[in-house]
Design a protein around this ligand. Sequence first.
Ligand code: AHG
Ligand code: MN
Ligand code: MN
Length: 335
Amino acid sequence: MSKRVSLTQYLVEQQRLHGRIPQELRLLIEVVARACKRIAISVNKGALGDVLGSAGTDNVQGEVQKKLDIIANEELIGANEWGGHLAAMASEEMEGIYLVPNRYPKGEYLLMFDPLDGSSNIDVNVSIGTIFSVFKKPEGSQGVSEQDFLQPGTQQAAAGYCVYGPQTTLVLTVGDGVVMFTLDREQGSWVQTADAVRIPEDTKEFAINMSNMRHWAPPVRRYIDECLQGKEGPRGKDFNMRWVASMVADVHRILTRGGVFMYPWDQREPAKPGKLRLLYEANPMGMLVEQAGGLATTGTQRILEVQPKLLHERVSVMLGSRNEVQRLIDLHAAS
Ligand code: AHG
Ligand code: MN
Ligand code: MN
């Protein structure tokens, strides 16, 4: 890209050219991006900033919270609560919804986030990220309640993530394709570095936690088994495997060069639909992947069409290169 386009310029031009981004949504995205910049600074300090290790508390999911889970959550709330663009927020790290305090003006948008994705990688200096999803409050609803957050992913007004890796990259969709911005640390600004991102339809790379193999459902087992047979098997090609254990990093690789990512239902805890969270992880990543030409499914249903019943609902996730995800859908349909 020859011309240097900042995040602000991109958003203003989208607003001007296509009327896609109302003023409040633009403010919301800029504020989230600013919070991500502050989180990136904490992440980079690591041990020097005393941000590594456990906070000694559990979240609502029963997971041990890391210091950075809490720092990132507080950065996102502190940055977003006063701007007048939000009605409320919900986070993987908070049990209930967070209402904008009465001392601030209220807006129409709802913001949901996984403040720090890939927590197990924080202390070992591997890529982590922040994932976010934006909805409008349903028409005519008075005040705001948890029920307002239970909208299917098709209703998302915007979705994105920031990956804190060798580069800090913000990936965004407002329903008109996927764009990427890289943080220029000297300037302190987000510079557009990719436009109209497309996921290749075919791939030879899959991402799944293989240690769970014995627990998978038959269609997932069959899919991976066929991949592992390589050139000599029914797929007729050798596959490669990657598993970062940070969904942001795995999805970022898929948006960059293709691949398929799976965290399917498994029978370790049969009543639990999956590990990943529908509102903070599956929906925003599902929208980004679809906007880049890929597919996102539970195996039997398009993720974006799942009607949430709970704030912290979990879901089976399979997403990425169109033809591979279609194969997974076909195997589920045939089983
Ligand atoms: P989080 O750190 O927000 O709890 O999310 C972790 C998720 C996801 O990022 C990753 O793909 C997956 O959990 C890794 O799970 P395993 O440790 O089972 O591989
Ligand atoms: Mn996560
Ligand atoms: Mn998290």
